[in-house]
Design a protein around this ligand. Structure first.
Ligand code: SF4
Length: 286
C-alpha cells in the first residue's frame, strides 16, 4: 500500500475513487490497461487526503446528488478492512445528505449496512455487485481474491431485505469460458431470489487493450491452456471481444428478466438514481 495526494476527489459527474489499483486479481480487469498508467497495480495507492477533500467539495455543492463509486477500483479492496476509508466516505456522504451508488465484488460491504440504511433514509443508496459466473469454482479462477458468487448473492439478498435498491453488473462474459445460456439463466434466477431490482448488461463479451490483454492471456495460459490461440485467431487485437453466442445469450437474458420483472432498460436503471426509494419500489412492480 502507498499513499498519494489528490488535487480533487469528485469528478464532474460525482464519481469518486479513493483507491487506485486493486488486489482482487480479476483476470480480465480493464483497469490494468496501460492507458490508465497505474504502475504496480496490486500495490494499491490510497488518496490520503480523499476524506478532507470530499467534505470540502460536498460543502460547496448546491444540489444533493448521488455519489458513484467503484468504476476504476473496488471500494472494498483488502486494505479497506483496516483502513476504513470507504466507511468514512459513507459517513461524510451521510453527513452532507448525498446519496450513494456503489459497485463492488466484496462481501466486506456488509460491514457498512448501517450507513447504507441511513443514507437511504435521507436520500438514496443503491448497491451493485458484479457477477460473471454462477459457478463458484470458475469464479475462484476468474476473480481469485474476492468473495465468491454465492457470497455476493447473499450480500444482494441482505441489502434487498434491508429496503436498499440492489443491482447486478453482469459481465464481462468471456468467450468459451462463461458465455453459456445456462450461466446467464442461472444468474438471473439467483438475482430474482435475491430481490435484485435490475441487471445491467453492456453486451455479452469483454474488452481487451494493451496492458489488460497481456495479463488476461497470461492467465488463460495458466488456467485454460491453448485458449489464447482461439482468441488471437478470432479477435486479433480488437478492443471489443464479443461472445459468438451473444444473440442467444441476449435472448435468454431478456426473456428470463422479463419473466421476473427485473429491469434491464438503461434509461430506467439510470432514472432509479434520481428517484426516491418508494418510487423505485413501484418501478419494480412493472
Ligand atoms: S475488482 Fe474491479 S478493479 Fe479490482 S481487479 Fe477486479 S475488475 Fe479490476
Amino acid at each position: 500500500m502507498r499513499y498519494i495526494q489528490a488535487k480533487q476527489i469528485l469528478s464532474k459527474d460525482l464519481n469518486i475513487n479513493i483507491y487506485r489499483g486493486c488486489t482482487h486479481g480479476c483476470i480480465y480487469c480493464d483497469s490494468r490497461s496501460s492507458c490508465y498508467q497505474i504502475d504496480d497495480f496490486e500495490n494499491v495507492m490510497v488518496k490520503e487526503n480523499a476524506l478532507d477533500l470530499l467534505g470540502q467539495e460536498l460543502a460547496k455543492k448546491r444540489s444533493k446528488g448521488i455519489i458513484t463509486s467503484g468504476s476504476m477500483s473496488d471500494p472494498y479492496v483488502h486494505i479497506e478492512k483496516d483502513l476504513q476509508y470507504t466507511r468514512k466516505m459513507l459517513e461524510i456522504i451521510l453527513e452532507y445528505g448525498f446519496g450513494i451508488n456503489i459497485l463492488t465484488k466484496s462481501a466486506l460491504i456488509l460491514r457498512d449496512l448501517d450507513l447504507y440504511r441511513k443514507i437511504n433514509a435521507k436520500n438514496r443508496a443503491i448497491v451493485n455487485l458484479t457477477i460473471t459466473t454462477f459457478d463458484d469454482k470458475l469464479c475462484s479462477i476468474l476473480e481469485p481474491h474476492v468473495s465468491k458468487t454465492s457470497e455476493r448473492f447473499e450480500v444482494l439478498k441482505t441489502f434487498s431485505q434491508a429496503g436498499i435498491t440492489t443491482g447486478i453488473w453482469l459481465g464481462p462474459i468471456l468467450p468459451f469460458i462463461n458465455d453459456t445460456p445456462e450461466n446467464i439463466g442461472r444468474i438471473v434466477d439467483a438475482a430474482h431470489e435475491a430481490g435484485v431490482s435490475y441487471i445491467l448488461v453492456f453486451d455479452f463479451g469483454l474488452t481487451l487493450r494493451t496492458g489488460n490483454r497481456e495479463y488476461f492471456y497470461a492467465q488463460l495460459d495458466r488456467h485454460f491452456p491453448g485458449l489464447k490461440y482461439d482468441y488471437q485467431r478470432l479477435y486479433g487485437n480488437q478492443f471489443e471481444v464479443p461472445s459468438l453466442n451473444r444473440t442467444k445469450l441476449w435472448e435468454v437474458f431478456l426473456e428470463r428478466c422479463q419473466k421476473y420483472g427485473i429491469i434491464t432498460d438503461f434509461q430506467t436503471i439510470w432514472d432509479l438514481r434520481k428517484s426516491r426509494p418508494q418510487i423505485q419500489e413501484q418501478l419494480s412492480l412493472f
